[in-house]
Design a protein around this ligand. Sequence first.
Ligand code: SF4
Ligand code: FES
Length: 254
Amino acid sequence: MATKFININLKIWRQKNANAKGSLESYKLDKVSTDSSFLEMLDQLNEQLINEQKESIAFDHDCREGICGMCSLYINGRAHGPDTGTTTCQLHMRKFNDGDTIYVEPWRSRAFPIIKDLVVDRSAFDRIQQAGGFVSVNTSGRTMDANAIPIPKADADKAFEAAACIGCGACVATCKNGSALLFVGAKVSQYALLPQGKVEAQERVVNMVRQMDEEGFGNCTNTGACEIECPKGISLENIARMNREFLFAAAKSE
Ligand code: SF4
Ligand code: FES
């Protein structure tokens, strides 16, 4: 596909700090290559702002290849923009047309407070994972062969699919209740499906759910929006598995 250049209008959320009142600011950006990624387009805008002696726009990013989960942007009313199975950093400007107006906002969730402009604090996810604790591996004093524990292929595949969650928070941002169940379901499932994860399974699910509740995430009402907007295709099946694990753990502790 031949490279094209487009001129776009942007409405971007600007907010000085966590306590300031934010608002959408308008920008015009010309000669944007359709081969550039969405984040490269924001880089180009920031260069323009710096050249105009204006403050650049704060936005989160790290790997820029769909792995780290940092690029948490709401684009034209959708988490990670118009493409399915795509993080913001993998979204390309060829998805937009010359003359388009693009709205860019941060994740909106009580549990993800805005730090500045488009950057939100997602450390609640880190605390949930930390609450999950460790995985016991009995090596009996020797290095264990990686294939010593037979695992059914179907379970290994499901665990791997759950482990594909990058902790981006799109599921929370897109949920009308701000629920984190898809994320927590994935993090519980990636261990619960494997023999190595079964030793602390009950403790893990109870502690992760408790931490999730303490962080102020909302309840799940099964709208399924999280699954649709998840860039890694994490399935609702993981929520069902987490619920089963939780009920089992609760019943055992009685
Ligand atoms: S479940 Fe999907 S949307 Fe939610 S944090 Fe994981 S990768 Fe992101
Ligand atoms: S910057 Fe790492 S997933 Fe987008």
